[in-house]
Design a protein around this ligand. Sequence first.
Ligand code: 6PG
Length: 249
Amino acid sequence: MIPGAAGQIRVFHDLEALSRAAADLFFTLSHMAIAARKKFTVALSGGSTPARLYSLLGSDEYCEKITWQGVHVFWTDERAVPKEHPESNYRLADTSLLSKVPLPAGNIHRIRGEEEPRSAAQRYEEEIRQFFGGTQVPVFDLVILGAGEDGHTASLFPGSAPLNERVRLAAPVLMDRPKIDRVTLTLPVLNHAAHILFLVSGRKKGDILRELLEGEHRDTYPAGLVQPVNGSLEWLVDKDAAALLRNAG
Ligand code: 6PG
């Protein structure tokens, strides 16, 4: 493990090894949180990288050892599409994970992609506030993030308005057509999480990973603005993504 300003970095042989480490971490953190507070709150991302993690968590091996009754699932972001749509982040998690484990329906806190993004963001924020209670920024036990080649994370894109949000927990992301609108958690929520986990895989992520982990201008990228307030930040990356790092060993 390599410590640094950008967080802890662990480099794995391939996506399979990376996904297993992430599944082990999910198990450990959920076990500790449920033992201490009877609840484990996690925010899931979309994209292709976490798909293997989700199917591992839904497999017998992990399904049986996780106390699903205590797990509460949220999302970091969602596209403005119905929940059956191939681009739906809810659908990705549902197909490989949620439908495979004994998770009570009331523990699934999805973003309503089928609604107009402004009202979906408002409704999601209300659900989060109601669940966590109080007026403070909620502290998720685990937030799982990916990074795009342009440095975006969740649905926080370079130069976009939601990056400046300091009060709202969730924000609509209105995209230029033909791109699909989205809803995203905002930086204050991501940064207050107890554990922030980035998953990055593949050679095409080499340049941006180097910028984010070793560059001098990491905070010009949304993913580089993810800096824990009190929690920890960990990057699980594979060898291909780490190929351009100077300090990856
Ligand atoms: C999404 C995301 C997004 C994703 C990155 C990386 O809904 O698409 O939450 O931020 O994590 O685009 O995606 P890949 O895993 O496909 O590289």
